[in-house]
Design a binder for this molecule. Sequence first.
Ligand SMILES: NC(=O)c1ccc[n+]([C@@H]2O[C@H](COP(=O)([O-])OP(=O)(O)OC[C@H]3O[C@@H](n4cnc5c(N)ncnc54)[C@H](O)[C@@H]3O)[C@@H](O)[C@H]2O)c1
Ligand SMILES: O=P(O)(O)OC[C@H](O)CO
Length: 325
Amino acid sequence: MISTVGVIGAGSMGTAVAQSISGRAGEVIIFGRRQEIVDSINHDNHNTMYFPGLRLRPNIRARVMNDRRDLADCEVVIIAVPSSEVRSVVNAAGDGLADRYLITMAKGLEYPSLKTMSEIIREETGNPDIACFSGPTFADEIAYGHIAGATIGVGDDPSLRATMSDLFGEFILDFSDDIRAVELCGVLKNVYAIGTGMWDSVYSNHNEHYTFLNMCYKEMCIFLRAISLDEGIFTKFCCFGDFNLTANVDKSRNRTLGLMVGKKIVKTPYLESGVTFEGSRSVKGIIELAKNHDIDIPIARFVYDVLSGNNNVRISVDTLVRRTA
Ligand SMILES: NC(=O)c1ccc[n+]([C@@H]2O[C@H](COP(=O)([O-])OP(=O)(O)OC[C@H]3O[C@@H](n4cnc5c(N)ncnc54)[C@H](O)[C@@H]3O)[C@@H](O)[C@H]2O)c1
Ligand SMILES: O=P(O)(O)OC[C@H](O)CO
């Protein structure tokens, strides 16, 4: 059993994954920013801000991460902060993240570098022992122990693979050695979830919904075929499973953002809402990446245009239908 696992990020996914792995580790330390969350976990075994009704296992503790020494005891460190924060968090941790296994859960793409989270982490730490975890995994359902599948993106290090299999034994797992492709699945599915929300704000019939879903998945596969080294990526949890979960279920923040923007309930300053809308931050990078690979992704461009306020959703949707018909 792994003695101590650190989880950076005391939000929904950090707390959920801490609960999920705590039966397979001696101790789990959640590193948060807010003292009140740290206190609620340590004094009452609850993260009252994110899961007020969930009693966390007693071997889950929390700390405010002041410096890298806090990570010294952790054999494995999971990074579960929004992608926009990963570089600063990893930079602040410095060599506290060297010589241990690192796992990223963040689903985002840095702009303008177009780097994935594992690439940022490796750049900042020099640590090659990095894996990623991605799949149809709503945090609240993970927190309460429901079944979920996930793809582990990991290189060919047998010890790291074994550690990942052990740590995430509560999940149904598949694996890919193309870490970047696994991470890009998580980025793409968020973009298409926003797009499906926008589409569904205009069209409300089943045929229309699933027609657009197919258009999105086709575009996502064209993109992945151009960049992925893993020919089997299309049927892995990080791809088909997470795309469908996020595009179809209103619990998804990305899908909900698309619905709200489509219905003109929110305008672009929504990014200041404090809610983690990963797809809106990554869509520009996806468009840039597609251009670099000479790939045409009209739906991702539609999402970007509407989020940028350049177009009325209805006009954009009609243009998209004409363009892809
Ligand atoms: N929520 C889910 O269902 C889910 C599932 C799978 C993957 N993810 C991914 O996990 C990542 C985190 O998302 P989330 O849903 O947990 O977001 P969240 O908004 O629920 O929580 C993010 C947490 O990170 C903390 N944080 C932000 N900046 C920080 C910093 N510099 N140092 C320390 N902590 C910091 C915030 O205070 C917050 O507690 C995202 O990339 C998301 O796509 C989320
Ligand atoms: O709420 P979302 O849209 O960020 O999706 C959460 C997870 O990525 C689902 O796998």
